[in-house]
Design a binder for this molecule. Sequence first.
Ligand SMILES: O=C(O)[C@H](O)COP(=O)(O)O
Length: 217
Amino acid sequence: MLQKASDTPPKAENVLVLVRHGQSEWNRLNMFTGWKDVGLSEEGMAEAHGAGARLKEEGLHFDSAFASTLKRAHNTLDIILEELGQDKLPIIKAAALNERDYGQLVGINKEEARKRFGAEQVHIWQRSYDIAPPGGESLKDTAARVCPFYDRWIVPELQEGKNVIVVAHGNSLRSLIMELDKLTPEEVKDYSLATAVPVIYRINADGSVAEKRDLAA
Ligand SMILES: O=C(O)[C@H](O)COP(=O)(O)O
């Protein structure tokens, strides 16, 4: 989706890149992960190198880097920064960016969960806006920590003309993208992020989206 939100051309520097971490060991095993701190798989590391290489091709250079406190996210960011020749850039790690808590589903194979609870119910837990999995967070709950963090710590960086990269998770980033793209709860049900594929935004000085480019598209 391309959004034109201002007549004033955005400064070229106001770039926000969002990246879901590379494949984790539990993604590889198709298990609900949530807050479980699992590492990247071999393939996930390779995907992270690929994401860094694509950002390098785009000619991007970052002034600030944010990740969740979960190692699959900040290890992905380490690899991306290494590819960009920016491994000295400090990474700000924030629990507010962590994956949605999948509660009692954590550690269960997704196919097994569909057999146990029914595919429709599992899909509702995975993709609905305000229905939480048992003992876990809904996307709305996740947005309630991700979006205030974004407003408080990331928007001011963008407003100073900095380029910012954020590496986080499928659902924590969905909640932010829902806000940036003004998606409805119905629209967000069909939205998901591939591992380690950068989404590049240009953000206006007022925080609105000037342009969005998903490198997966
Ligand atoms: O926590 C997880 O299991 C994954 O990171 C995201 O899972 P989902 O794509 O099933 O929401």
